[in-house]
Ligand binder design. Structure first.
Ligand code: SAM
Length: 284
């Protein structure tokens, strides 16, 4: 039984980083006429109310998206992502936050294929109803890690994969690593995006290094790693300090776009003086 519900965390600093990267990748994929497939292995409910009792419990969006929502001085890539958040809020007030399937729904064209996986029965039901009737879309309630075998290589050849597990169980760290390797074995040019939490936990601190080694061996177009640290762990070493996104076969434009945004993200989302970012890539 899964306990994690993304509704508690929607719009937090980690969603901002993840969805900024996702938006840039999907914009890039959409520049070519040829359709592509997006596979979202851990999709969540699709969109979230930030006024509901889940999001209000810790009001995580208050130190995330709401610090950027009214800003008029954002670099173009961040402004583009924030326009999508605004489009999801038709009366102008920040009331709802778009999850990865909602961002995909806004950016994919009718000819692009969308494959979303969500294991939690309630979130799966909400997601299926949100995407009902969307062309070229399948919503699955199966294990998202199984999507690699089921979906790759894709009939479109061009494909992007978002892996965004909750890491409720430590085995998720090993599973994303194996899934990255398997995805690149099946289709070496797949744009694979992996989100991970920055924690004082061996599995978390080692993950980026292990993903890099796997991408070094198999990705056709190199990799990019970005991490945004906004706070410190508590005295016992618990708590999420920030998060990272690892992208195998990133668009060549992604590094410079993120370099433009990260100083502002540190300034606006940082919760202590040591807030910082890491941005590194290996271009091939
Ligand atoms: N990607 C979403 C977004 O950006 O809006 C958020 C996803 S949330 C971090 C992780 C989701 O994965 C949760 O909704 C959880 O129920 C679901 N989940 C956990 N294990 C899963 C699995 N093995 N396969 C598919 N979904 C899973």
């Amino acid at each position: 039984m899964l306990a994690y519900r993304h509704a508690f965390h929607a719009g937090n600093h980690a969603d901002v980083l993840k969805h900024l990267v996702l938006t840039r990748v999907l914009r890039y994929m959409g520049e070519k006429d040829k359709p592509y497939t997006l596979i979202d292995t851990h999709a969540g409910a699709g969109g979230y109310s930030v006024e509901g009792r889940y999001a209000q419990k810790n009001a995580e969006y208050g130190t995330g998206v709401s610090r950027l929502y009214d800003a008029t001085d954002l670099p173009a890539p961040l402004a583009d992502y924030m326009d999508l958040v605004r489009a999801f809020n038709p009366d102008g007030q920040l009331r709802q936050y778009p999850g990865s399937p909602a961002i995909a729904n806004m950016l994919l064209r009718e000819t692009d294929r969308l494959r979303v996986y969500e294991l939690h029965s309630t979130d799966h039901r909400i997601l299926a109803s949100y995407l009902e009737g969307r062309a070229n879309t399948q919503v699955s309630d199966r294990d998202g890690f199984g999507a690699i075998k089921a979906e790759l290589p894709s009939p479109t050849r061009r494909a992007a994969l978002l892996m965004d597990p909750s890491y409720e169980i430590k085995t998720d760290y090993g599973k994303v690593l194996s899934a990255l390797r398997e995805a690149l074995e099946r289709a070496a040019d797949t744009v694979v995006m992996v989100w991970y939490p920055q924690l004082q936990l061996l599995e978390s601190t080692q993950l980026a290094q292990r993903l890099k080694a796997s991408a070094d061996a198999a990705a056709k177009k190199g990799w990019l790693h970005v991490r945004l640290t906004v706070t410190q762990a508590d005295a016992k070493g618990f708590g999420m300090m920030g998060s990272g996104m690892f992208v195998a076969n990133p668009p060549f434009t992604l590094h410079d776009e993120l370099a433009e945004c990260l100083p502002l993200l540190v300034e606006r989302l940082g919760q202590y003086d040591g807030a910082n970012y890491v941005l590194e890539q290996k271009a091939v």
